[in-house]
Every structure is written in structure tokens, then in C-alpha cells.
Design a protein around this ligand. Structure first.
Ligand SMILES: N[C@@H](CCC(=O)N[C@@H](CS)C(=O)NCC(=O)O)C(=O)O
Length: 266
């Protein structure tokens, strides 16, 4: 399925395929960016939960790291193939003009060589993302818990989810303290670099946190984080691409009874 957010220019030969799934945070971040930049893409859904990324053809031809998202750019011979969401997103900002997207807009998300300091600041938060937030992201554990036997749910909440909640609290506190220190030049929702426009750092981290918000966790104890998340979640493409995860979260919440500690950050 080719998803077009704009008309293709005549003579355009580059085709971008995104191998992804809407229940995967880094996949959503890459897809939202494609849409924000107005780059047309061919959507290739990968059933990662059933091991499709581990099949030999995927590892050999799409992504040796055996994960999604992965990007395949056809037009040159051979195709250009790229894994890792952060690398994919930076690359998309760099090639936005050649891919028929909005190059001006891409500068806001990630300026690259045009602004070394701003890019370094974005890189810093993106580097922190994996160990500061993603490592403690409970969403896939919550999905597993949802599918497990009722008698194990309470036990797993304390053995599996509790340590993740404790780790995530520290990441949320880091973000909240940053927002408190940061002079924001806009009365709107805060952003990590303090600009009116969000960057790749905002996108990648909010996509991660939003999936536990979808289950029903609230961040009342971290009001600036909550405001920042809401600001990103109100963007049209974020909303559209997050519909499935929102639905999945609702299903889990409605079935969960009280075994999930939804007030862990409230
Ligand atoms: N650091 C990678 C993480 C990618 C990742 O963990 N993807 C998960 C889905 S959210 C995956 O493909 N898992 C498949 C597997 O581990 O078999 C990125 O940012 O792209």
C-alpha cells in the first residue's frame, strides 16, 4: 500500500518503503515523521510480535538487526536499506527535498549541518532516550501481562512491572526538571530544545511514553511532561498514526481489573 501525503512530482523516481508496525514505538515515530515531512511512502507491515523480523529473508534483505522500523529506498541500484529509527529519522530530514518532501519543515525537526549546536542538543536527547526511557517502557510487558493467566497477573505486576515503573520515574523526573529549568520562548506546550517547533527528540520520546498513556497511566506528578506529551499527541499525524495503540491500550485497560498500578506516576 502506498501512502501519499502529497502528489508525487513528475519524474520522481525515488520510492521509500517503511517496514513497520503501528504497535511499535520506533515505527510510529518514523511514520509520523514521513507524514510530517510530506514524503510519500510504501507501507510494509511486519508482524514483529510473531517473529517476522527474525525470519531469514528479513535479516538478509531488510534489516540485519532484525527489528523494525526499517527503510528501503529504491531508485538507485542497489537499494539503500537502513535500520534503527534514529538513523532513519535523521536521514529522512536530510533527504526531504530529494524525496519530494518539505525541506524547510525538515530543518525544524533536525537541522543537521546547518546548525551544529541545535543538532547536537537533539542528538543528546535521542541518545538518552534508549537508556533513560525506552529501557523502562512497560508497554510490551503490559501486553504480555494482558495475555497471561489471571493467577499470574498480580505477581507479574510486582516482579516485572514494578522495577520498570521505578526506572521510568527517574527518567520522568529528569524530563520534568529539564522543563522547569528551560526558558520556553512560547506559551504553548514545552519542547525539549525550547523552540516553538518540536524536534526528532520530542517525537521519539513522546511516542514511547504515549503508549503507556494509552493504557491509562497518568503523569500528574510530572505536569510539564504531561503538557509536553499532550502537545505532541494533538498533532494530526501523531493522532492518526497512534489510533491502533490507543485502541490496544483501551482494550487492555478495560480488561485489566485492578492489577495494573495506573496511578504509579500520578
Ligand atoms: N533501537 C531500535 C529498536 C527497534 C525495536 O526494538 N523494534 C522492535 C519493535 S518495537 C522489534 O522489531 N522487535 C522485534 C524482535 O525483537 O524480534 C530502533 O530504534 O529502531
Amino acid at each position: 500500500m502506498v501512502i501519499t501525503c502529497r502528489d508525487k512530482s513528475p519524474g520522481e523516481t525515488m520510492t521509500i518503503s517503511l517496514y513497520a508496525h503501528r504497535l511499535s514505538q520506533p515505527s510510529r515515530a518514523a511514520e509520523i515523521l514521513l507524514r510530517e515531512l510530506g514524503i510519500a511512502y510504501d507501507w510494509q507491515e511486519v508482524d514483529f510480535a510473531n517473529g517476522e523480523t527474525r525470519e531469514p529473508h528479513f535479516a538478509e534483505q531488510i534489516n540485519p538487526f532484525q527489528t523494525i522500523p526499517a527503510l528501503v529506498v529504491s531508485g538507485d541500484d542497489p537499494d539503500f536499506v537502513l535500520g534503527e529509527s534514529h538513523a532513519i529519522m535523521r536521514y529522512l530530514c536530510r533527504i526531504a527535498a530529494d524525496a519530494g518532501g518539505d525541506a524547510e519543515n525538515a530543518q525544524h525537526w533536525y537541522p543537521g549541518d546547518r546548525d551544529a549546536r541545535r543538532s547536537a542538543r537533539i542528538d543528546q536527547w535521542m541518545a538518552w532516550h534508549h537508556n533513560g526511557i525506552r529501557r523502562y517502557d512497560m508497554f510490551h510487558d503490559i501486553m504480555n501481562l494482558h495475555l497471561t493467566l489471571p493467577m499470574l497477573k498480580y505477581e507479574l505486576q510486582s516482579t516485572a512491572l514494578k522495577p520498570l515503573q521505578d526506572g521510568l520515574r527517574s527518567g520522568l523526573a529528569t524530563l520534568e526538571a529539564h522543563f522547569e529549568r528551560q526558558p520556553q520562548d512560547t506559551p504553548a506546550a514545552p519542547t525539549l530544545c525550547g523552540d516553538a517547533h518540536p524536534t526528532l527528540a520530542d517525537l521519539t520520546i513522546t511516542c514511547e511514553l504515549y503508549q503507556i498513556v494509552a493504557v491509562g497511566y497518568r503523569f500528574d506528578r510530572y505536569p510539564q511532561v504531561a503538557q509536553w506529551l499532550n502537545g505532541m499527541a494533538e498533532r494530526d499525524h501523531f493522532k492518526r498514526v497512534s489510533e491502533e495503540v490507543l485502541e490496544q491500550g483501551r482494550t487492555i485497560r478495560e480488561a485489566s481489573g485492578d492489577y495494573l498500578e495506573l496511578d504509579a506516576f500520578a
